[in-house]
Design a protein around this ligand. Sequence first.
Ligand code: SAM
Length: 280
Amino acid sequence: MTAIDSLPPLRQVIADHELSARKSLGQNFLLDLNLTAKIARQAGDITGCDVLEIGPGPGGLTRGLLSEGARKVLAIEKDTRCIPALEEIANAYPGRLEVINGDALEIDPLAHLTPPVRVAANLPYNVGTELLVRWLTPRDWPPFWQSLTLMFQREVAERIVAQPGSKTYGRLAILSQWRADAKIVLSLPPGAFTPPPKVSSAVVHLEALPEPRYPANAATLSRVVAAAFNQRRKMLRAALKGTAPNIEDRLIAAGIKPTDRAEQISLEAFCALSREIDKP
Ligand code: SAM
């Protein structure tokens, strides 16, 4: 295999900077640079794009994104120990890597980015899910990003792309598929990471749609879907009782049987119901 850049191998970077993986930060590192370049390629054509990377760690994916031609990478990393290793990458790619030491849940990266922007990350899954929901639920659309290429536990990835009728279909599927095309583009076994996590992982690629697939108010849709799936075993007329007056009539007007359960309802029907609920 050929080297993707002239920087030291990641095992050496980790040894030089004493970056022993910390469980509290969800650290499972990718050390194979051919694999990180392959993940970077899943982000689409990144040449001419700024790429926001969350949780670069020792910089495996960062190096993949830079070697694949990202115009600029903005990398936000919480672990201060990783910053000197990332600065070495910045020196090897002058003017193309900006590193911020901080918590991605607290930092607004927009001032540091120039459109078009793509997002790529291998994050602890709880932070990844929280950020995904935030990125999918701004009031206005299109968002600041063109695409999201994110590593998740396989089970979470399946929830993002799930279809009605499946056990994994729920809020994450509806929010993802309403405003984006979502697909699983890569599957990775635990052994791809150091240390290996307990479960398999998958990379999900979401491409933002120019406008939502069906009209609906974002806040109403979020509220309805959360209520419907919070009590997914209940019939919708019961699960949605508190969401609006005359809920049975509104369900019928949206073409939904009040005795159906959330799991059976398509994205299109949830959007129709949100519009009915927003009627006075
Ligand atoms: N991207 C690297 C790779 O693929 O080898 C590291 C992946 S590791 C699963 C997750 C990284 O996210 C760690 O470096 C961790 O310190 C960082 N991290 C965890 N929580 C974070 C947060 N809230 N904000 C920014 N970085 C975070």
